[in-house]
Design a protein around this ligand. Structure first.
Ligand SMILES: O=C(CO)[C@@H](O)[C@H](O)[C@H](O)[C@H](O)COP(=O)(O)O
Ligand SMILES: O=C[C@H](O)COP(=O)(O)O
Length: 959
């Protein structure tokens, strides 16, 4: 303790030192430090320490502009998440305060001169996390005169012992009960003993036990006042009245008695003889709350040797002005005992009060922390402006209310933190924790960006004209988005993507490229997917014929998970490069990993910039960002809650320049959530209609590219909003910000999956059709033909097929006129409100076919007022196929197959690509039928365009 000169006139604050009490300030704020006011308090009032807590930092950072310019300087140089911004400010303030207090620390031989920093209030129930957080903060602040604050919960007490044993100074906070205080003192002493046993320097370990005072009076006075309303007995009323405003101080005085006993014990004497300092009681919560009580009561009544009182600024001022110090802490101890005994007799349990105060105290700190982080997040978002894609939404009121309640649940139950902590119980508790590697992928990629930069350089140097990506689903959809969004980058090859076994489509791609100047990327996470493997066989064979076996591998790159079959093939064929995926990232969550970024780098996208830009969204969705501020969590809650209320058709509308994002989103949403009879049904590329064509099963998501928006789309979305349809709007200022949507929607899908109660990372029903396809191709290899089938109707060169169950339903409904039209009418008449209709087209995906299918789709939507989807096979099998089979049984399917005009033999196999496609269509159909889906297959002849025209005419006639 610093001894003041005898000659100096002492103010009441300064006088406290002569009673053995140190005054600390329960407040911190940057301007207090920078203005010199804190130094003044140290110099003039003898202030000997400072404490902070989440509420104090909330007032400082959220309630002032002290930090605004620092915040914008940081953000302008590099974006950080709200938690990291808060910590940067908090740590800087703590360090600056520690430096101001350092002379006191040294003069008092490490007894005083401390500043405290509290661990996140969200860790109060977790011993291990409290320990690691405290260690991390201790190292980050890197000052000997800091104390890390840990709450006195049952999980906190073992953490306190451990931290003390490691030589970390601890301020034990949220202490209300004497018994708990004893446990804390015991943990402290044990911690010191452990440190001494390791030959640690125990003399320098300082700790305080922050015993809260005024809150006890508040709580107890309320209970007494409530009793006084019912108790009529005069004597009892006197006793009750006499207890008002007495309990907190009585409790503190008796805690101090325990302190004295503990630190006179022989156990302590052993440590003391080695130079250990006691863990002082520190009176906290010492601002007077009840205006009827003296404003200095919780200072004046608690003065005693070897104690600390941490006071808020207002109490500091009034005590300086009129405080009357006396040695009060050891006065009237009998009265204190009888106060507590009377309280018990009056039926008020002090233990219940203190238990409740601890729970409330934690909640208050959590609320303050959330408020603090919300405000930092708001300030950050304002500084970022349009560098962060915005999200707004308008929902009909009952739905909005349900979404807000769900967001509250996510907040109060710490679910965002649980998501980031990879807690499988947020979903089904199966193995979801093994599939969350995508949460940290941007950081990982940026840390190893050189391999992508080198690839980009190499591709340029070698002057390839094309990069052809061979892959399916999660391995092809992000590259498709990149291709459409970024087009051809000057000086780089054009990226093409092959994800279809349709022979016409393969030929169309082959016609576009020069095989000798193309770089092939074979992309498959599992490395065992049929399509990329046979694509590789085909193109490797072609290149080999032109360049010779030695050189062919030089034109191939593989992206796959370590140890896969594709890795072995790539090594065997001497591929140019082998890039690995992360096994804990499933295909549809892999966009920002090598599966999306290798092709992006090869086509000339600045991947470092792309990932850096995506990180802005990662920061916005961070675990510490409160639910209502968290853009991924907000979207996930909207999707999950609306799906549970029957609005499960997520109708996607994108600006034309980013239209392919829809196909990527389709896979993410459908494959992640469409299972166990539940699911979000994405509706992509369905042209927006007027509000009258929609039922009440939709939610609309409009993703607008600000630089190239479509005014008709804008008007249509506004009309939907005005008609009361739920609409989410996302705005993207720059195509480079599309990566933010990858991450936002991944978080949103994971959140929606949790709300819907499903495993958001598996795809059990995709596997089912793969198995049937495999059986069919094996059969073909043996017999040279696929099993024969009998159509249920033939007309105008079009054949209809279905399974026996659907056949009998449709035949009955078609009646005597078993024409194509009657069957189609019977099939489409099964559509009822809330259903959706999907066209599953196993044909060449060219512009003409797309236009025809879109017309058919619109006709069905407008006539039946149902959602309509369009999937090309086989790609959709790796995407929406999961939801069609595993999701709600509300789909009515029209599968469209055709005879192939030309076919291509798969090298080293007996089958052709056409046979594979046919087997895939049949496998798909069989599984749909096995799952009791309403499905009809329409088989066209070789002239697909003519067949589609006939189909279009019939559908227009019958609806
Ligand atoms: O625990 C410490 C210091 O160790 C304090 O910062 C403590 O958190 C504060 O005194 C209280 O939170 C203030 O409580 P109150 O005045 O709001 O009741
Ligand atoms: O979405 C995933 C597709 O089924 C492709 O899987 P893959 O990357 O293991 O080949």
């Amino acid at each position: 303790m610093v001894t003041l000169q005898a000659s100096q006139p002492k103010n009441p604050l300064q006088s406290l030192q002569s009673y053995g009490q140190s005054v600390w300030l329960d407040y911190i704020r940057r301007s207090l430090i920078s203005s010199g006011e804190l130094q003044h308090l140290i110099d003039k009032d003898g202030l000997q320490g400072v404490t902070s807590n989440p509420s104090i930092f909330e007032k400082a950072i959220a309630g002032s502009t002290d930090y605004d310019s620092a915040l914008s300087t940081i953000e302008q140089s590099h974006d950080r998440d709200a938690m990291s911004l808060y910590e940067t400010f908090a740590i800087a303030d703590i360090q600056a305060t520690a430096d101001l207090l350092k002379p006191i620390y040294e003069q008092t031989k490490w007894r005083d001169g401390y500043i405290s920093l509290e661990v996140s209030p969200y860790l109060a129930d977790d011993t291990q996390q409290s320990i690691s957080e405290a260690r991390r903060l201790w190292q980050a602040v890197d000052r000997p005169n800091v104390m890390i604050k840990v709450p006195a919960t049952s999980a906190g007490i073992p953490a306190i012992q451990q931290l003390i044993s490691e030589g970390i100074n601890v301020n034990v906070t949220l202490l209300f009960a004497q018994d708990v205080y004893e446990q804390v003192a015991n943990a402290f002493i044990t911690g010191l003993e452990l440190l001494a046993a390791k030959d640690g320097d125990i003399r320098r370990i300082a700790s305080v036990a922050s015993f809260f005072v005024s809150r006890i009076d508040n709580a107890v006075d309320n209970l007494i006042t409530a009793q006084l309303k019912t108790v009529t007995d005069a004597a009892q009323r006197d006793v009750l009245r006499g207890l008002l405003g007495k309990v907190a101080i009585a409790n503190a005085k008796l805690a101090y008695q325990r302190y004295q006993t503990i630190y006179q014990s022989s156990r302590w004497q052993k440590l003391s003889s080695q130079g250990a300092q006691t863990q002082r009681l520190l009176w906290a919560s010492t601002g007077t709350k009840n205006p009827q009580y003296s404003d200095v009561r919780y200072v004046e009544e608690l003065i005693g040797f070897d104690t600390v009182n941490t006071v808020p600024p207002a109490t500091l001022s009034v005590f300086r002005a009129h405080g009357q110090p006396r040695s009060s802490l050891t006065e009237s101890l009998d009265e204190a005992r009888s106060t507590l005994a009377n309280l018990q007799q009056a039926g008020i349990s002090l233990q219940q009060v203190t238990d409740q105060l601890l729970a409330e105290g934690l909640q208050l700190f959590r609320n303050a922390f959330d408020q603090l982080l919300s405000v930092v997040e708001e300030k950050r978002t304002a500084i970022l402006g349009n560098k962060l894609n915005s999200l707004t939404y308008k929902l009909p009121e009952p739905l909005n209310k349900a979404v807000q309640a769900s967001l509250d649940d996510w907040q109060q139950n710490g679910k965002i933190r649980r998501l980031w902590a990879q807690d499988a119980t947020l979903w089904t508790g199966t193995d979801e924790n093994k599939w969350l590697g995508w949460l940290g992928i941007t950081e990982d990629q940026l840390a190893h960006i050189d391999h992508l930069k080198q690839l980009a350089q190499e591709v340029q140097d070698l002057e390839f004209t094309h990069v052809l990506l061979l892959g399916m689903g999660g391995s092809s959809l992000c590259p498709e988005v990149m291709k459409l969004t970024f087009g051809n980058k000057q000086g780089f090859p054009e990226l093409l993507v092959l994800d279809s076994t349709d022979p016409a489509q393969i030929k169309a791609i082959e016609r576009q490229i020069d095989l000798t100047r193309t770089l092939f990327i074979v992309s498959s996470k599992s490395g065992s997917t049929l399509e990329p493997n046979i694509f590789k066989q085909y193109f490797f064979d072609q290149v080999q014929k032109l360049l010779g076996a030695e050189s062919a591998g030089n034109r191939f790159i593989a992206v796959t998970d370590p140890g896969s079959k594709l890795q072995h093939i790539a090594e065997g064929d001497d591929f140019r490069h082998l890039f690995f995926g992360v096994p804990s990232i499933g295909g549809r969550y892999s966009a920002l990993s090598n599966f999306g970024m290798v092709p992006a780098a090869a086509m000339g996208v600045d991947v470092a910039k792309f990932l850096d830009t995506a990180e802005v969204m990662v920061h916005s969705c961070a675990p510490s960002v409160p639910a209502k501020e968290n853009p991924g969590v907000v979207l996930g809650n909207i999707l999950g809650v609306l799906a549970n209320q029957g609005r499960d058709k997520v109708t996607l509308s994108m600006s034309p320049g980013i239209a392919d994002l829809g196909a990527w989103l389709e896979q993410l949403l459908a494959e992640s959530t469409g299972k166990e009879g539940k699911g979000l049904i994405p509706v992509d590329q369905e042209p927006l209609g007027n509000p009258s064509v929609y039922g009440d099963d939709r939610i609309f998501a409009y993703i607008r590219l600000e630089s190239a928006a479509d005014s008709a789309q804008d008007a249509a979305v506004t009309a939907l909003e005005q008609a009361g349809q739920p609409v989410v709007r996302i705005s993207i200022a720059d195509p480079y910000q599309i990566g933010q949507e990858f991450f936002r929607w991944e978080i949103a899908t994971a959140v929606a999956g949790s709300i819907m109660g499903i495993h958001a990372f598996n795809q059990p029903d995709v596997e089912a059709s793969k198995i049937v396809t495999h059986q069919l191709t094996t059969e073909y290899e043996k017999s040279g033909t696929l099993p024969s089938e009998t159509p249920i109707a033939i007309e105008a060169g079009i054949q209809l097929f279905t399974d026996s169950k659907n056949a009998s339903v449709l035949s009955k409904a078609a009646g005597t006129d078993q024409s194509l039209g009657s069957y189609l009418r019977a099939h489409l008449n099964q559509l009822k409100p809330g259903d959706y209709c999907t066209l599953l087209a196993y044909i060449d995906r060219n512009d003409a076919h797309q236009i025809q299918l879109q017309i058919i789709r619109e006709t069905i939507r407008d006539a039946k007022k149902v959602a309509t989807c369009l999937g090309f096979g086989p790609p959709f099998l790796h995407s929406t196929g999961q939801a069609y089979k595993g999701g709600p049984n509300s789909g009515v399917f029209l599968q469209i197959t055709c005879d192939d005009a030309t076919d291509i033999l798969v090298p080293q196999q007996k089958y052709t690509f056409g046979v594979v496609k046919a087997a895939q269509a049949r496998g798909d159909f069989q599984v749909l039928a096995d799952r009791d889906r309403r499905a009809l297959r329409i088989h066209l002849s070789k002239d697909v365009q003519a067949g589609l025209s006939t189909l279009q005419t019939i559908i227009e006639q019958i609806l």
